[in-house]
Design a protein around this ligand. Structure first.
Ligand code: NAD
Ligand code: GLY
Length: 369
């Protein structure tokens, strides 16, 4: 379960309740440099900031300075930037840094970056000496509203995205809205895709709020961003609190992702942004829900209209229906080769089910170039 509070006038805290793996998500401005942000975190001798060649030059110095009050040594490692580097060699670069610096099992890893850095750092933390603590410091909208929360960590395999990984929860998530100032607009839009998904799957009122406030979000209005991040984290915390390891409910967070992963893998990772693929995937998944008779076409078109207004792609690449089906059959939700889709049962409520190939083909034909 999730609860929200304001620990200071400028910081909102969303708690994620997972028993002894519970933690807080802090949301606010200027968090990176505030000593209070790190209060109560493990005070080990060494901290390792894992970042990439883009984010490191922007924020490592600030984070290092703040962490020096908690750790004798603050080290950092910069990984190459890009989804195509979410792989074994990058992961190994983290292990090499840890081992060559004689880091012990109390070392705290700080993931400073977007979802790629966050997923890899979490996986490294899960594996190093069979598990060391880590903290998520997400710097993209996508990472602040989704990937940093919930403990899914992974790297990609050429055959399937995020296929090698572990469930491993962070000690804290620190969402400093200021870091979004340097984010490219295309990345902001990609993050909006994951924000939008929370409306159809869990909160019809939030969908209406997004329709009313989309322009403010696109203009990076701080109040709008804070609300969007808070509500997204509350919904994610609520879902993960009930189903940490995706026995059932958590799969709804993958609305649009089955089609989206096929787009990403089919084109080659890095060709489309993950959020772009999810945006287009949600258009397809909403249409599938309508074609299955679960929602009316008007509702499907309403979801599509918001995604289009957000500047996200609504037409998928022409990979061919067979290729889509083949790629979707290696999705983690597939069971015994049967593809299972997250569908909208009514606005604010989603479930997972298989769909006849013929209908899936119709959806692919209707939404690809
Ligand atoms: P990303 O990590 O590649 O970041 C996007 C780009 O923005 C990168 O070039 C990065 O260097 C740059 N960047 C990051 N922060 C910046 C900043 N503040 N200023 C300027 N540039 C900045 O991509 P993403 O969209 O954050 O994350 C996508 C990844 O997240 C995918 O690998 C996806 O599989 C994963 N993901 C995981 C989960 C989960 O639950 N673990 C959920 C959703 C997505
Ligand atoms: N982003 C999907 C999940 O965390 O389950």
């Amino acid at each position: 379960m999730a609860s929200t509070s304001s620990s200071s006038p400028s910081t909102t805290t969303v708690a994620i309740d997972l028993g002894d793996r519970s933690y807080d998500i802090l949301i606010g401005e200027g968090l990176l440099g505030q000593p209070g942000t790190y209060a109560g975190l493990p005070k080990s001798a060494t901290a390792l900031i894992v970042t990439n060649t883009t984010v490191g030059p922007l924020y490592t110095a600030k984070l290092t300075q703040a962490l020096q009050a908690h750790h004798k040594r603050v080290l950092s490692v910069e990984l190459p930037d890009g989804e195509e580097f979410k792989d074994w060699p990058s992961l190994n670069q983290v292990f090499t840094t840890l081992l060559e610096s004689a880091c012990d099992r109390k070392t705290v890893l700080y993931a400073l970056g977007g979802g790629v850095v966050g997923d890899m750092t979490g996986f490294a933390a899960a594996c190093y000496m069979r598990g060391v603590p880590f903290v998520q410091v997400p710097t993209t909208l996508l990472a602040q509203v989704d990937s940093s929360v919930g403990g899914k960590t992974a790297i990609n395999h050429p055959v399937g995205k995020n296929m090698i990984g572990a469930f491993y929860q962070p000690q804290r998530v620190i969402c400093d809205i200021d870091t979004l100032d340097t984010l490219a607009q295309s990345e902001l839009l990609a993050g909006l895709a994951e924000v939008i998904k929370y409306g159809p799957i869990a909160d019809a009122e939030f969908l209406s709020w997004l329709e009313a406030n989309l322009d403010a979000l696109l203009a990076r209005d701080r109040t709008a961003l804070r609300h969007a991040i808070r509500r997204s984290c509350e919904i994610k915390a609520w879902v993960v609190g009930q189903d940490e390891k995706e026995a059932g409910l958590r799969a709804i967070l993958n609305f649009g992702h089955t089609f989206g992963h096929a787009i990403e893998a089919g084109l080659g990772y890095g060709e489309w942004l993950h959020g772009e693929a999810v945006g287009c995937g949600m258009v397809m998944a909403a249409d599938l829900s309508a074609r299955l008779g679960l929602i009316d076409q008007a509702t499907s078109l309403r979801i599509k209209a918001l995604i289009e207004r957000a500047g996200l792609p609504i037409v998928g690449p022409a990979l061919g229906a067979e290729r889509y089906l083949e790629l979707m059959s290696v999705d983690k939700k597939a069971e015994d080769g049967e593809i299972r889709f997250v569908v909208i049962d009514q606005l604010g409520k989603a479930s997972m089910r298989p769909a006849p190939d013929a209908i899936v083909r119709e959806v692919i034909a209707a939404h690809t170039a």
